[in-house]
Design a protein around this ligand. Sequence first.
Ligand code: SAH
Ligand code: SF4
Ligand code: F3S
Length: 465
Amino acid sequence: MSHSLEVESWNRRRSGFYNRNNGLLRMKTFYIETFGCQMNVHDSEKVMGTLLRRGYRQVDSPESADLVLYNTCSIRDKAEQKVFNRLQQFKKTGNGKVFGVLGCVAQQEGERIFERAPHVGMVVGSASYHKLPDLLGQLETGNRRVTGLELDTDETFETPFARRDNPHRAYITIIEGCDKSCAYCVVPFTRGPERSRGSGGILREARDLAETGYTEIQLLGQNVNSYRDPSPAGWDFATLLRNVACVPGMRRVRFTTSHPRDFVKEIIDAIEDVPALCNHVHLPVQSGSSRMLGRMQRLYTRDEYMRRIEWMKRASRDIAITTDIIVGFPGETEEDFEQTLQLLDEIEYDSLFSFKYSPRPNTPALRLEGQIAEEEKGRRLTILQEKQRAIQIRRNAGYVGTVEEVHIEGYNKALQQWIGRTSQNKTLNFYDAPNDGSKEDLLGRYLPVRVTRAGPNSLVGERVQ
Ligand code: SAH
Ligand code: SF4
Ligand code: F3S
């Protein structure tokens, strides 16, 4: 299409996005709230980009929006309930607004959402976001209910105009969906089968981000390790990592999430070789008991997991290791739980996310014997978290006296501290000593900081002059 034609059709399309209200031409507005993981956060950025491009304006309260969107998470029951609580609030006052439910609850519940919340006008799962422009078009022309719920798709949602929220770290999706079938997990049902993006498009996005000033990016997928480049280059994940980290201007490259089964030594080799790859691997273990790992259908044993941990511990770089753990999975005995506690002592994770098992619709674990009472899950969670807190206090204390490079992400006025993050993804806040009042703007810069104090969740230090 020639440029003038493009502009003309853009204007023509845009004129449809204004509606008459009190005799004035008014632009359509939208509000979006996001729940769940980083993949959802980044999906929302792409959805915002799509809406802004269509001439919508973003507002920061649902009350003042024509279109109210919730990008939802269904990983645990509590997360799922959040969206229904939100929708309930607007049952009476939502007249005239269009409500849209996006993301994992949308995919899971589908048209049942219209029954539970009749004021909802749009239900779209993440595997159908490439259809958003079409679905928005249908809403704009007066369609009351639109859905995008196909799961079995080859499509990925790529938009060159994502509206990125975080000025310091940009997300790039490299793979969507998940082909594993962990017994407790809804993601394969809510995000569909794995689809990898071509390496060319990923590299182009990384270069564009570097040109707009981003120095830190995070590659995203439910299981980044199973990345397979569909283009003729045919890169695996480790090769992609090396290439992205060599984009001029990139100082830090992170990735999440890694599945242990597909985590190969080449990833650690890449981290060893390429300075821009961060000293951090998030490797969810879920349980320290091989028996439980089998019941969870995780496809690895404790020993196989430990082999991967050994690669990291033996590396010359000080690689931070973090994980996810589920307590109270059906059939978990005191002995199984004890093995998870021992694993924490053995590995000494830098931090972890821990959850009580939450039964989810459609998942095989629903049918397992040995469901565990909520109070017992709570008891195990508390014990686990207390143990990990002690480990973090000990580990972080080991950093006192060292000098770490931080990427500066903010300033805490009350504490008069800059907020920084180390390559290991630890928060290291620091005083810009000596503080002579002539404050420089340090946001976005990388500086060496000497650690002077350590707590369980963060470090404090002083700028090295
Ligand atoms: N793809 C990632 C995890 C995505 S979900 C991976 O395989 O590691 C993030 C975490 O939520 C999981 O690692 C798991 O610890 C937790 N989780 C998933 N389903 C859960 C459930 N039904 N109950 C409790 N925690 C759950
Ligand atoms: Fe869920 Fe397992 Fe896939 Fe992770 S790998 S998203 S836990 S099914
Ligand atoms: Fe939640 Fe869906 Fe992410 S269930 S954790 S938003 S993939």
